[in-house]
Design a protein around this ligand. Structure first.
Ligand SMILES: Cc1ncc(COP(=O)(O)O)c(C=O)c1O
Length: 425
């Protein structure tokens, strides 16, 4: 490669990131002690601070038993509130609009209880054809729940023939033409497969102008790209915390509901004792008094030991700040793109992620022309210590995560691909 390893190392000296705050796994192959970890879009690395913070919460339980609800250093009863302000800052929301709870698909269902209300001719749900399967299963089951045929209810937006990603103008044109039949638009902010960053404000505006509710699955967007959910007038959103938010496998998820819906007694909602105003929680009354905040969507008392890692991670994002992370992300992903351009030029590999940095986060997805994506990622791991992830049949995803990935990691990806994938004959 014309881009040398020395150049990559020099870039790292000039633009070091925050790798020292994370545990980087040892490599099981290749010539470097640590892996080049490019799978933070699937599961982020563990922040070094997480273990001690978690142990401190566990210690409170062993020392205080039930009294920890009020007397722990971080009392458990209001513990979730510690996560609210940093989560709100991360997604550009007001604290009253943001809560961390449950997992992503569960939250999408709870939100659809309120926001998918098919009526008359307005019954359809718009998703991307390449939506993450869980979202597709979730919306199909919601259609069935309302007595509708999922095949007739779902609109799956596809890219134009010969293209890999959606065009904003096609999505907004569809909504202008057929939006009167649409009850809900539920799209991925960043598509999990292609890495395409959707124009969230434009699509939200088009959906709402057509009279539909517009929600976003931000699993691949939260902690990856700057968001301004409140100002963009998004109706609702949900995201997980185990990818870019580095909060551990199956970590708790976030929810946003726009202020204009808060306190609306006309919205159906499922309730439990955490849906009632906190001050009334122990009055043991049979009827809840929900607050005019998104906390009205909470149901159960939160799992404290699952909240600790999210809190620790959100503090990290607060300290570094999304604007600085986005700047580094643009530099790092741009660098990987330049390296991949060289490697893919004479090999059966194509980057399918948009080339415009404004239309993507940090992930670059590569379509392979021969062989299997699974086989390629296994070889990258075992022969080169490069961790990427495969989406069968033919996509391998690489995400240089601005918090902890390095230019040298990017160089190792390109070097490993060059060594593993044969050139066109
Ligand atoms: C875009 C998207 N939506 C939904 C999910 C499902 O998340 P969960 O299993 O946490 O509900 C994922 C998981 O990777 C995802 O990437």
């Amino acid at each position: 490669m014309s881009n040398t390893e020395e150049e990559a190392l020099a870039h790292d000296d000039a633009d070091p990131g925050h790798r020292h705050l994370f545990h980087v796994p040892p490599a099981e192959g290749g010539r470097y002690p640590e892996v080049a970890y490019l799978a933070g879009n699937s599961l982020g690395l563990q922040p070094r601070a997480t273990r001690d913070e978690l142990l401190a919460d566990l210690a409170a339980w062993s020392r205080l038993g039930v009294e920890g609800h009020l007397e722990a250093e971080r009392p458990w009863l209001p513990y979730h509130e510690l996560l609210t302000a940093p989560a709100a800052r991360l997604v550009g929301a007001r604290p009253a609009e943001t809560v961390v709870m449950n997992s992503l698909t569960v939250n999408l269902h709870l939100l659809m209880v309120s926001f998918y209300r098919p009526a008359g001719a307005r019954t359809r749900i718009v998703i991307e054809d390449s939506a993450f399967p869980s979202d597709s299963y979730a919306v199909r089951s919601q259609a069935r729940f309302h007595g509708l045929d999922p095949d007739a209810t779902l609109v799956r937006l596809r890219p134009r023939a010969g293209e890999d990603t959606l065009r904003t103008e096609d999505v907004t044109a569809f909504l202008a033409a057929e939006g009167h039949t649409v009850a809900l638009v539920l799209l991925g902010g960043v598509n999990y497969l292609t890495g395409e960053l959707m124009d969230i404000p434009a699509i939200t505006a088009a959906g709402r102008a057509a009279g539909a509710v517009v929600g976003w699955d931000l699993a691949h967007a939260a902690g990856n790209v700057p968001l301004a959910l409140h100002d963009w007038d998004v109706d609702f959103a949900a995201w997980c915390s185990y990818k870019y938010l580095n909060s551990g496998p199956g970590a708790l998820a976030g929810v946003f509901v726009h202020e204009r819906h808060l306190g609306d007694p006309g919205l159906p909602r499922f309730e439990g004792w955490w849906s009632t105003e906190a001050s009334t929680r122990f009055e043991m009354t049979p009827v809840s008094r929900p607050p005019a905040t998104v906390e009205a969507w909470q149901i159960s008392n939160p799992p404290i030991f699952a909240m600790g890692p999210v809190r620790t991670s959100l503090e990290l994002f607060d300290a570094v700040g999304m604007p600085a992370l986005r700047e580094r992300s643009l530099r790092l992903t741009g660098y990987l793109e330049r390296l991949l351009d060289e490697v893919t030029a004479d090999r059966p590999l194509t980057v399918v992620t948009p080339r415009d940095p404004a239309r993507r986060g940090c992930q670059l997805s590569v379509r392979i022309g021969t062989g299997s994506a699974n086989e390629l990622t296994k070889r990258l791991r075992h022969e080169h210590g490069v961790i990427a992830d495969a989406r069968e049949p033919d996509v391998v995803r690489f995400a240089p995560v601005p918090l902890y990935s390095t230019y040298h990691d990017c160089w190792r990806v390109a070097d490993a691909l060059a060594a593993t994938v044969e050139k066109h004959s």
